[in-house]
Structure formats: C-alpha cells, structure tokens
Design a protein around this ligand. Structure first.
Ligand code: MN
Length: 185
C-alpha cells in the first residue's frame, strides 16, 4: 500500500434485537464484512473490555441494512443501523515484540486488530483482541485518545439510528413486513 494514502474501508454497527439485544460490529476486511456480536455494545471507557463474539462473515451489501428480519427466520426482530462510516487500519500487533501486521487480513489472522473509526457517533482508536484459547471470544477495547470517556454511558446516550434517527421500536412498527430478502442474516 502507498504510504500517506490510507485505504478507505467501511464499518457498520447494527443494533439488533433478536433473541437478545446486541450490537453487530462489522469491519470490511478482504471484500467481506468480518462480524462480531457485542452484547453490551461499545464503551468509550478504556478500562471496559466488551465481549465480542466472532460470528459468520456477511456480504458488504448487508452492512447498511436497517429493517426487520421476519418471524421464523434466524435473528428475527428489528435491526437498526446504529452507526457507520470509514475506518483506517492501524498496523500494530498484539505486542511490540511481534512483527506488526501489514494488512487487516493479517491482523485478523494474528488475533489483534487496531483501527481508527470515523463514524457519526463512534470515533477514535479501538482494538479488537482475540482471547486465545477461548473459541470465538474477542474483546473490543477503546484506546486512550481524545475520544475516550470514562463517564458517559455511550450506547444509552445515543440509542437511535445514525441512518434514520429511529428507535428500535419505530423500526419494528414501520418496517415489520418488508425486507424479507435479508432473512437468515
Ligand atoms: Mn445480530
């Protein structure tokens, strides 16, 4: 990659009330969306380590989806586009001892992703770290920077859609019978 011109990659965070409420965090890596389900959502407090379960890849086209997964399908319930934007990959490894990854694909394989988010709500430097020996369990952690905040409850302060301004309840009521093509995601 050419220096000084970071490649633009997309990310999406969908607030999804399936069986349980969670946040689906999706990063564009290698032409698909690597995806993690985060029960509590992101925290701006660097001391919080939020459990992020790696779930199946999704196609890029699914990222901006907001609507309702119909009853009887996996994940049935409302999906909100809670936040979205571009991110920059930060080529840093899990520790200073290891050689730094040169691509997000490589960082993913090494189990430590660092990135700079440029969302409507979520900004700054973040890390996703695989808990070795713990299967699909990763942790989402805010890096210490000017966007870190130890006081606010981030997801409670900004509950609504970055795309439409709607709440999950409004999405459920208004979009209940559309978008069946997304069944199963
Ligand atoms: Mn989900």
């Amino acid at each position: 990659m050419k220096k000084g011109k970071a490649k633009k990659r997309r990310f999406y965070i969908q607030k999804h009330k399936g069986r349980n409420l969670h946040y689906d965090f999706r990063l564009e890596i290698g032409g698909i969306l690597k995806s993690w389900a985060i029960p509590k959502g992101p925290s701006l407090n660097p001391a919080d380590k939020r459990l992020a379960m790696l779930v199946p890849d999704h196609p890029l086209e699914y990222g901006p989806f907001e609507g309702v997964i119909p009853a009887g399908s996996y994940g049935a319930g409302p999906v909100m586009l809670w936040d979205y934007g571009e991110y920059e990959f930060i080529p840093e490894g899990r520790s200073k001892k290891e050689p730094p990854p040169s691509t997000p694909e490589q960082a993913f394989k090494q189990g430590a992703l660092k990135f700079l988010l440029k969302g409507k709500k979520i900004k700054g430097r973040w890390g996703l770290i695989h808990m070795k020996g713990r299967g699909n369990a990763w942790l989402l952690v805010k890096d210490r920077d000017e966007y870190a905040d130890r006081e606010i409850d981030f997801v409670s302060k900004y509950p609504d859609s970055a795309k439409s301004g709607r709440s999950l309840e409004e999405i459920f009521e208004e979009d209940g019978d559309v978008n069946p093509e997304y069944a199963g995601m």
